[in-house]
Design a protein around this ligand. Structure first.
Ligand SMILES: *Cc1c(COP(=O)(O)O)cnc(C)c1O
Length: 417
């Protein structure tokens, strides 16, 4: 970054500061990861200079000799990694990818169904403040209060009553396996299109650590930057070619202009990495680490929504600890443990000051940490939260931050110098 440092020292210094912060933090944010140096390098290339509206072989600009090869490679790799017949790597991010699904299969005002945001669904699954909740008629399912899990009988009843055009499954704060087959049979029964949004779990699906929606969902949407460990971006996929044209048209020209070619190249690199045996091992270790962390926290009196985890994610209800999610997340951050506050199902507190925090193991696993480190992290979280609930956490926060720094120094994060 020597050129950047001389042209714009202010931004260069801020990037360096962020790099130091990332290096010295135990990142437990479930939706984040560290991309490899190779993915970073592909992102920072001259591909950003090129306009390529259209698709390989059918562009609206000349000079696509190289870009067409890059996008075709990305598509072919997506198809191979996920076992699908169709892939589109152009969506700018997860939210636009989901919008494209609405564009392809629904009209404004149509009834659509998704998991409610407070239960773990995403904004774009029809939540009220999102365009998808304003322009469509959303019906929302949740989880059972006694189990913290989706009740497919309830989903089926809602679907039979409201007859949605489109059903979304998947979400942002779901600690349990998604039953794609169960959702597919409901969608078939009511004649809805089933969209599986695997943004969070795509890396687990690619690595064989979570069942695949392929063969069940009509369309699959995913971000590329969460467990899949690629650049910020998204993909739409379909098991068969039936919906290929509708999806492609919805992305371009329906919603977007030119694709971000530097991102496309970096997605191709990430998919190449995701096809390796090392990535399979990574995906399984993410889940093993989440289970170890869940066990440690459970043993220390934390209340885990649904009682545990099947994937990379743990949702903690801090009510029994006598502290809100936001002050806890802030104290943990000052101790070097980065999390986000989150609503829990049936939360009695407000969304800006909810009862829970959400944590996940994709990033710490990318650093090479294992179950022993997870137990240590669980112990630190307990020490900070317990001290905070007693009112005097400063000394504990300072000590834990020192210990966190010693740990992060032993496990350098990929991509950071
Ligand atoms: C993260 C996420 C998205 C949105 O992705 P952005 O890239 O932030 O727009 C969509 N759906 C789910 C389930 C997600 O977790």
């Amino acid at each position: 970054m020597s050129t950047l440092a001389s042209v714009d020292p202010q931004i260069a210094d801020l990037i360096k500061a962020e790099e130091r912060r990332q290096a010295d933090t135990v990142k437990l944010i479930a939706s984040e990861n560290y991309v490899s140096k190779a993915v970073l390098e592909a992102t920072g290339t001259v591909l950003t200079n090129k306009y390529s509206e259209g698709y390989p072989g059918k562009r609206y600009y000349e000079g696509q000799q190289v870009i067409d090869q890059i996008e075709t490679l990305a598509n072919e790799r997506a198809k191979a990694v996920f076992g699908v017949n169709h892939a589109n790597v152009q969506p700018y991010s997860g939210s636009p990818a989901n919008l494209a699904i609405y564009m392809a299969f629904a009209q404004p005002g149509d009834t659509v169904m998704g998991m409610g945001l407070p239960f773990g669904g995403h904004l774009t699954h029809g939540w009220s403040v999102s365009a998808t909740g304003k322009w469509f008629n959303p019906v929302r399912y949740g989880v059972r209060q006694d189990t913290g899990r989706i009740d497919l009988d309830e989903v089926r009843e809602l679907a039979l009553e409201h007859r949605p055009k489109l059903i979304f499954c998947g979400g942002t704060a779901i600690p349990r396996t998604i039953d794609f087959e169960g959702f597919a049979s409901i969608a078939r029964e009511v004649g809805a299109v089933l969209a599986a949004d695997i943004a969070h779990i795509a890396g687990l699906v690619a690595g064989g650590a979570h069942p695949s929606p392929v063969g069940h969902a009509d369309v699959i949407s995913t971000t590329t930057h969460k467990t899949l460990r690629g650049p910020r971006g998204a993909m739409l996929m379909a098991t068969t070619d039936e919906h290929a044209t509708a999806l492609n048209k919805a992305v371009f020209p329906g919603l977007q202009g030119g694709p971000h070619n530097h991102t496309t190249a970096a997605i191709a690199v990430a998919l190449h990495e995701a096809s390796t045996e090392a990535f399979r091992t990574y995906a399984h270790q993410v889940v093993a680490n989440a289970k170890a962390l869940a066990e440690e926290l459970s043993g220390r009196g934390f209340d885990l929504v649904s009682g545990g985890t099947d994937n990379h994610l743990i949702l903690l209800d801090l009510t029994p600890k006598g502290i809100g999610g936001k002050p806890a997340a802030q104290a943990l951050d000052r101790a070097g443990l980065e999390t986000n506050y989150n609503t829990v199902p049936f939360d009695t507190r407000k969304p800006f000051d909810p009862s829970g925090i959400r944590i996940g193991t994709p990033s710490v696993t990318s650093r090479g940490m294992g179950e022993a480190e997870m137990r240590q992290i669980g112990a630190w979280m307990d020490e900070v939260v317990t001290a905070l609930s007693k009112g005097d956490a400063e000394a504990v926060i300072a000590r834990v931050h020192n210990e966190v720094s010693e740990l992060t120094a032993q496990f350098p994060a990929p991509g950071l110098s």
